[in-house]
Write a protein that binds this ligand. Sequence first.
Ligand code: PA5
Length: 422
Amino acid sequence: MSLVDFSVFVDSSLITPSFEERVKNNLPFLARVAEGEEKYQDSLGWHTVSEWAGEEWLERYISLADKVRRHDGCLVVVGIGGSNQAARAVYEALEEKCDREIIWAGNTISPHSVDKVLKTLDGKKNIFVNVIAKNFQTLEPGISFRVMRDYLRKIYGAGYKDHIIVTFTEDTYSWRLAEENGYITLPFPQNIGGRFSSLSPISLFPLAVAGLDIRAMARGGEMMEKALKENFSPSNPALRYVTARNLLCEMGKSVELLCYFEPRFFRFAKWWKQLFGESEGKDGKGLLPMDVCYSEDLHSLGQFVQDGKAVVFETFLSIGKKDYSYCLHDDDVADGFSYLDGKDFWDINKAAEKATLAAHSRRFPCHKMEIDSLDEETFGSLFYFFQFSCYISCLINGVNPFDQEGVESYKKDMFRLLGKWK
Ligand code: PA5
């Protein structure tokens, strides 16, 4: 069973004999990615889902999560970028299923946001903090942890450390610091970088605390892993997707818009943007990954997309099964909307999606990926699909998927301004 329908994935206007030829020519990249290259072994901890989301690890995340859940409180996740995006994507999409609250911190330096987090915590009982950092040199989570430590000390005194779970890299300064101070520890996998950490303790532990089914998430990831690694043929959807987007890039497109008519995808799109932006945007290459939440953004960016500079193509992310319903009741006010009397918002939204796809397809290629339903298993599949695709795309473009040297540039200036260096 596939959780994602790829049958109409690549826009039909692109599927020509020369496209099929390209897909075939890219098969060696698929082979390298499916195998996992030796030179990237240090970054491929995500490549086999069971490495960090196998049953033994899941047991460990769940049993630690249960210790937090027993207290019926909330969890503050302190982390930024890859250290919080995937978990937040799932949490915000499935919030109604969660029976514990997660509060997100450490992802901004705005004093207003710090103040807001502290105000949100006021009066809450049983506050736990999960600090997630690969090397604990990142400024935002670093100083936010200090704020949270102070807050916890004021409430819990010396016992504050029992409320702190750190997800740090073993055998590093931060790990020793955690041990010396008696914090509960979880390993940040040494062989996974933040943006590829969706199926590891980075995301799975907080989601288990929230009450979500992380076994289902791992299962979804494994299903996709199997589907992609075992399909060494031109029909491999990851291979077709990256071939299409790279072809479009060559044809002069510079922006891939991830489009969704379901606002529950908002945080997932943020995760997706980081994955492709930070992995591919190197050496003057890469597509700019952006997202639009339709129908709202049809009333802002829709004009540019339909009629502005022809730099955009779109990838639609859509939900197949109706999971919410609200029917518009009849009304005696002549508001001009009676043609929609009794109609379901779900169907109206679907009509808007279909119409947008038709209108935009007349201008540029639109890919469409349909998921069955929005749940943990599907998220596991989506994360794996895009991580795998991104790796192939980077190889095609000849860039290292796993580093992010460009991010260091502003940091040098910032650290100088802040007096870290003379
Ligand atoms: O993908 C990455 O490696 C980065 O985006 C990191 O996740 C991000 O910079 C946060 O780093 P750290 O976990 O070290 O604070």
